[in-house]
Design a protein around this ligand. Structure first.
Ligand code: PRX
Length: 635
């Protein structure tokens, strides 16, 4: 029995037990069986959560692009690796074979080298969902440069913060991007960001929308002429198992985004192994994940995991609503997609449009459906199951995080019986546990608690770039010897997990992780604002929407409230990005605070959620009178 391909529940339990009893043996077997190494490891695992310090496959030498590309060339050179579906359905799809991908990655890697990038340098990639994005990521990995992909919906300020934090030497961008009927001036955003980034001396520009843009002499270069001249072969850099592969930023509850650092060998092994099992990928299948490569889902399950398995992975540039709400289903029919992986927010938005756009298309190719990024509510789960999967395709509700690198809690399709809203069981090698607020482990079933992981897994982030202390404080200090996820969860009578949501000040809006602090900081930049607090409230499509409580400096200022609301959202768009705009803004005279000056968000959350029958203990409030005032004026 290969533990690489789980097909029955009994097999899952067997594999799982083995993975927990002897984790080192388990992962060693997986690593030996399925990957190419220049040199094998001296030690499978060393770890100490108190530092925290985790190393997998220490001493091993490899290059991840050899595993994702070169090794498929002997048997699968002409198989499609990346199937690119453009924003506009009238533009032709592009099929890139493994052989072509090899050539494109090598050329791009040679360009990077010629432009002065070498092993360990950080390269920021700010591109739309076009093939160059995947190629740029792999080109960095080819030469050992550390990529930092920034989602191309982030504002110039957010981009600058991320570029500076990891001192990127180069930015790879495009003239612009298509997004449904709109175009976005990406290069303009980069130009603005770079006014504040002295570390960047080169910008490579991909031509996508053929718009007129400014090219700064000595800094900006068009990519294509460089590629035309580049050599088609590039020797892979030999990397240590624990060399950083990439940095990816995620929001924190406070201040700066956290640059999560993922390393090479463990990340490769885990993303490849999970991809194969969670999607039950077969060699002839067409797999499509609708995420953007700007997020971890795209890194792990559009690029690295699928390619390490020699899969055909679809990359879609557009949005689900353009030219109409049938676009996803049209693509499924056109490419005969077998595995389809998306987010609950997309499912809810599509469900709202009724069945007509679905029924127009033949979805019979689908075998497995995936969900990721936020809890999937029961209604959305059933809609997905009934109308997309026709009750034939199991839904894998996959729980994981930027920090975990790969899928952690998930059903194995055709093996684990699914249950709406439950991510179900831990993936082999993952040891979840629930804790109460006092730090006691909750050993029984049918309990709710805070979700922690007790034992290391290969793809866990190793640190926060430039701030190991913050890594320790955020994830390893709340509970002794455990990784704290920041999520709450319920474990049912058979041990299935249901993720109930964040227990910190991170709010998930349309599947995007947003920290309250950077949004509040942006609002407070407005000259009329004295203080603000953001909370989430339920939203039919976005899952959560943002509700802002804002204190104005001039409390009598009522004339301009509507204008102020627009200006506040404009500032948020500039500082964080349009995804962080507030749905509701309530101007208030005060915010409920504890005697130590901490805002009591619990109360604000209840008011925003219209759940004010029991506000809980308010006895520690310094200013209880503001609560009634806020309630009286709430939306
Ligand atoms: O709260 C959990 C939620 O998304 C958070 C991680 O967000 P991010 O780092 O952006 O990664 C998203 C893609 C992996 C988690 O802490 N989350 C993710 N997947 C699920 C989920 N909540 C419930 N169910 C899920 N399947």
């Amino acid at each position: 029995m290969s533990n690489y391909h789980i097909k029955h529940l009994e097999e899952y339990y067997q594999v799982y037990r083995k993975s927990v009893r002897a984790p080192e043996n388990f992962w060693e077997e997986v690593a030996e069986e399925h990957f190419l190494w220049y040199k094998k490891w001296d030690n499978v695992l060393s770890w100490d959560f108190t530092k925290p310090d985790v190393k997998w496959f220490e001493g091993a030498k490899l290059n991840i692009t050899v595993n994702c590309i070169d090794r498929h060339l002997t048997t699968n050179a002409d198989k499609t690796a990346i199937l690119f579906e453009p924003n506009d359905p009238n533009e032709e799809a592009e099929s890139i074979t493994y052989k072509q991908l090899h050539e494109r990655v090598c050329k791009f890697a040679n360009v990077l080298k010629h432009q002065g990038i070498s092993k360990g340098d950080r390269v920021c990639i700010y591109l739309p969902m076009i093939p160059e994005l995947a190629v740029a990521v792999l080109a960095c990995a080819r030469i050992g440069a550390v990529h930092s992909v920034v989602f191309a919906g982030f504002s110039s300020t957010a981009l600058a913060t991320r570029i500076n934090d990891s001192a990127c030497k180069m930015v790879i961008t495009s003239d612009g991007s298509y997004r449904g009927a709109k175009t976005i001036d990406l290069k303009g955003i980069v130009d603005e960001a770079l006014e504040d980034c002295s570390c960047v001396d080169r910008v490579l520009v991909v031509k996508r929308i053929h718009s007129k843009i400014q090219m700064k002499e000595g800094r900006d270069v068009w990519l294509q002429p460089l590629l035309d001249k580049a050599d088609t072969d590039c020797k892979p850099e030999i990397m240590d198992a624990e060399d950083p592969l990439f940095i990816l930023y995620t929001s924190g509850s406070t201040g700066m985004p956290k640059g999560m650092v993922h390393t090479t060998a463990g990340y490769m092994v885990y993303t490849a192994y999970t991809f194969k099992n969670v999607f039950q990928y077969k060699p002839e299948d067409i797999y499509w994940c609708t995420a953007d490569i700007g997020w971890i889902t795209g890194h792990s399950y559009i690029v690295y995991g699928p390619l390490a398995n020699g899969a055909t992975t679809v990359m879609f540039e557009g949005v689900p609503s353009y030219p109409d709400y049938g676009r996803f289903w049209q693509i499924v029919e056109k490419h005969k997609v077998n595995q389809f992986y998306t987010a609950p927010t997309a499912i809810r938005a599509l469900a709202k449009e009724g069945l007509e756009p679905v029924e127009k298309y033949d979805l019979s190719s689908l075998k497995v459906l995936g969900s990721v990024g936020e809890p999937i509510n029961e209604e959305a789960w059933h809609w997905y199951n009934d109308n997309i999967g026709k009750k034939q395709s199991p839904i894998v509700d996959t729980w994981w995080q930027t920090e975990t690198g790969g899928i952690m809690i998930t059903p194995i399709p055709f093996a684990t019986p699914t249950k709406p809203t439950y991510a179900t069981l831990p993936f082999p090698g993952i040891q979840p546990t629930l804790m109460d607020e006092e730090g006691n482990e909750l050993k029984n079933n049918q309990v709710s608690g805070r979700l922690c992981i007790k034992f290391p897994w290969p793809s866990m982030a190793r640190t926060i770039w430039g701030n190991h202390q913050r890594y320790k404080d955020t994830y390893f200090s709340t509970y002794e010897n455990k990784y704290f996820t920041g999520d709450g969860a319920f474990r049912d009578e058979v041990g299935y997990y249901r993720i109930t949501g964040r227990v910190d000040d991170v709010i998930i809006v349309s599947g995007h992780n947003l920290g309250t602090a950077p949004i509040e900081d942006a609002i407070n930049e407005h000259p009329a604002v004295a203080e603000s607090a953001i909370v989430g409230f339920p939203h039919d499509i976005k899952g959560n929407a943002l509700y802002g409580y804002v204190i104005l400096k001039d409390v009598g200022e009522t004339r301009r409230h509507d204008n102020l609301r627009k200006e506040i959202n404009q500032i948020i768009t500039e500082h964080v990005g349009p995804i962080a705009k507030l749905d509701k803004i309530q101007f208030t005279k005060g915010l409920p605070k504890t005697r130590s000056g901490k805002i009591m968000r619990r109360i604000l959350r209840k008011i925003a959620c219209k759940d004010t029958s029991n506000l809980g203990d308010t006895s520690t409030l310094l200013n209880p009178e503001v609560v009634k005032d806020i309630m009286d004026n709430a939306f």
